[in-house]
Design a protein around this ligand. Structure first.
Ligand code: GDP
Ligand code: MG
Length: 196
């Protein structure tokens, strides 16, 4: 996919104020700090388009980015931000679940796990929501530049066992080396191709 244009469009606080549009949409989800914003920047070849931060729980809105004037990327607020204020945590669930279950433009969710960690209970709860909402999921393990091939293979085993998903479904990704970027774009393009 050649990215001709990519720009921030709007932050929505709920399903009700997401942009009215007939563009297909792809959302990016995962624990805070897992690397969502870095992955989106990498896909779009834009270094600072999506703000990245090492402070979990900073971006608590549904952030819409217009891509090639043809689709939206939506950077979802991360979960697992234990240190965030209670008010933030309580707003998160209806916002994200409302979006996942109610957004008709949504074609798929790119779901990120950290290649170095075991999936947490929150990761598994989120996967349940995705399955409940019936949204196609593209699972990604990111930050693979931080571990060896052997470690990755072992981790994928664990992740497969914990999630019940086939480990081969996970796309190994790194925003640092850009490993996995082309494969992920291919899968995205395939998902966005209208079915005959
Ligand atoms: N080594 C490495 N670091 C990464 C990668 N992706 C993200 N990071 C770092 O992880 C931190 C959190 O990334 P960010 O994209 O803001 O995560 P988000 O909270 O999920 O949006 C930042 O310090 C990034 O530089 C990656 O693929 N490899
Ligand atoms: Mg982010």
């Amino acid at each position: 996919m050649i990215v001709h244009s990519a720009s921030f469009e709007i932050s929505a606080t709920s399903l009700a104020n997401c942009p009215e549009s007939d563009w297909p949409e792809l959302a990016f989800a995962g624990r805070s700090n897992v690397g969502k914003s870095s992955l989106v920047n990498c896909l779009l070849n834009r270094k600072g388009l999506v703000r990245t931060s090492s402070t979990p729980g900073r971006t608590q809105l549904l952030n819409f980015f217009a891509v090639n004037e043809a689709l939206y990327f939506v950077d979802l607020p991360g979960y697992g931000f234990a240190k965030a204020p209670r008010s933030v945590r309580e707003r998160w669930m209806p916002m994200v679940r409302g979006y996942l279950t109610g957004r008709s433009n949504l074609r798929a969710v790119v779901w990120l796990l950290d290649a170095r960690r075991e999936p947490s209970d929150e990761d598994l709860a989120f996967l349940d929501w995705l399955e409940e909402a019936g949204v196609p999921t593209l699972p990604v393990v990111t930050k693979v530049d931080k571990i060896s091939r052997n470690q990755l293979a072992r981790q994928l085993d664990t992740i497969g066992r914990r999630t019940g998903l086939d480990p081969d479904l996970f796309i190994p990704f790194s925003a640092v080396t850009r490993q996995g970027r082309d494969v992920l774009w291919e899968m995205i393009a395939e998902l966005l191709t209208p079915q005959a």
